[in-house]
Design a protein around this ligand. Structure first.
Ligand code: HEM
Length: 449
């Protein structure tokens, strides 16, 4: 069946282009071909990959039954990092079961329990900031969000294991930022262990060190068997499947690493963009500070979470730079499938494109402008605005990370005044699975009063 028009260049070139310049590449395709186009950009000899961004097509994709798609075929890039049992690689019943386990701890009263901890970790990290110095927001945000996830997901307390895990995970993420290193995950033939100095050999050895620390934590928890703990590891350890069996250590490890890797860089990137965008727009900064100043420095998580302008700032940040750019690609399975005006053959990969959907001019006039007011004046449908994806694969950490973003922003902006040290506009660049502002976002810190 006929595919939507698109690029005819070799799949290797397209994949490298998408890795190296993701936003320019997608925007160019959109300008040339419109809101539905075909690429071959998922590795060597990639199957056709069709990108969608119109609200109607997104609705079709999000509401079609999950059984119509094979999600795991296109997520092989995550396998070496997250393991075979990761929620992101599951399908059907096993996927539903894991989501049922993972969703409750990130919502409702469980979420509220983490509020104080988020503010406290943020205060601890910024306690080192000195007035009239320049700091890099891009370095501080992952430090804050990694500590939050280590304590909320693992329930691991600061100490030697915490320190080593934090160090190894940050350096792994640092390496994944380079296009060369990320290419290793897209091209399985490059995944050869030629010793500790070869790129793949180095990756495997570092992964082993991370796994050893995680298994040591699991072992210790099994011995302690303290059911009163609130963290997600405790909850996963007490879960039982339909045959009454608990998760194995390998299953636990894969879920934990997935939550860590999906949860901390993403929120850190979103916060980095938020600081950059807020401080690039004097009117937004003023309105936000006016709202925050009413708190008089008293940080009550539930009050902060309800501040309307702060909420709009976070939503608009994730509209303009949605961090993930695309949803999990889905491959048509078993029988041809109708989406919009097209019928797709089995094996075609379909991708809801968040980045382009958030730039639809008819939904978002002046889409390149940072205007939080859009979210105060309008309500967008889940097919127009979906920074956390949607349908059966939507992000399980969405509510948690919005909450976290608001608390971290409010804590920092209630303690210090910041300004951009460099007035040059930044560019979106890839960092692992996220996009971040180029150039580390240096900011000058001054006292609030
Ligand atoms: C600003 C922060 C974040 C953004 C922008 C984000 C975005 C996304 C997106 C776009 C997806 C794919 C959804 C789809 O294909 O429909 C996803 C999946 C996922 N995210 Fe997030 N995420 C964020 C934070 C988090 C956090 C904090 C966690 C957990 C600690 C998390 C855990 C997950 C998981 C487990 C999935 C896979 C869900 C599944 O396959 O069923 N994310 N996220």
């Amino acid at each position: 069946m006929k595919l939507p028009i698109g690029l005819q260049t070799p799949s290797l070139l397209q994949t490298l282009h998408l890795i190296a310049q993701p936003t320019e590449f997608l925007a160019n395709c959109f300008h040339r071909y419109g809101d539905t186009f075909t690429l071959r950009a998922l590795g060597l000899n990639s199957s056709p990959v069709v990108f969608f961004s119109s609200p109607q097509a997104i609705q079709d994709l999000f509401t079609l039954p999950a059984e119509k798609f094979d999600f795991a075929k296109a997520t092989h890039v995550f396998q070496p990092l997250m393991g075979n049992h990761s929620v992101i690689l599951q399908q059907g019943r096993s996927h539903q079961r894991q989501r049922q386990l993972l969703l409750p701890p990130f919502h409702g009263t469980r979420l509220k329990a983490y509020g104080q901890l988020i503010c406290q970790i943020t205060e601890e990290v910024i306690a080192h900031w000195k007035p009239n110095t320049t700091i890099s927001i891009h370095h501080y945000m992952p430090d804050i969000t990694l500590q939050i996830i280590l304590r909320v997901v693992f329930g691991i307390e600061p100490g030697e294991r915490y320190r080593r895990l934090k160090e190894l995970l940050s350096s792994l993420m640092e390496d994944i930022t380079t296009p060369w290193y990320s290419s290793l995950f897209f091209f399985p033939p490059l995944q050869i262990d030629l010793g500790a100095w070869s790129p793949w050999g180095h990756f495997l050895r570092r992964r082993q060190k991370i796994d050893d620390l995680i298994y040591a934590e699991i072992k210790q928890r099994r011995v302690e068997a303290d059911d009163s703990r609130q963290d997600i590891l405790t909850m996963l350890m007490s879960a039982r499947d339909e045959n009454g069996q608990p998760m194995t250590d390998i299953e636990l490890r894969d879920q934990l690493v997935s939550l860590l890797l999906l949860g901390y860089e993403t929120t850190a990137a979103a916060l980095t963009w938020a600081f950059y965008l807020i401080h690039s727009s004097p009117e937004v900064l003023e309105k936000l500070l006016q709202e925050l100043d009413k708190l008089n420095g008293v940080l009550v998580p539930e009050v902060i979470a309800r501040l309307p302008y702060l909420g709009a700032v976070c939503s608009e940040t994730l509209r303009i730079y949605p961090i993930g750019l695309i949803c999990v690609p889905r491959m048509v399975k078993n029988e041809p499938l109708q989406v919009g005006n097209y019928k797709f053959d089995v094996g075609t990969i379909l991708v809801p494109c968040i980045y382009l959907a958030h730039r639809q001019k008819q939904v978002y006039p002046e889409p390149e402008q940072f205007k939080p007011e859009r979210f105060l004046e309008n309500k967008f449908s889940p097919y127009e605005y979906f920074p956390f994806g949607g349908g059966s694969r939507g992000c399980t950490g969405a509510t948690f990370s919005m909450y976290e973003m608001k608390l971290v922003l409010a804590t920092i902006l209630s303690r210090f005044r910041l300004s951009l040290a460099n007035k040059k506009p930044v560019r979106p660049v890839r960092r692992g699975i996220t996009i971040v502002p180029s150039g580390n976002v240096p900011m000058v810190v001054t006292n609030k009063f």
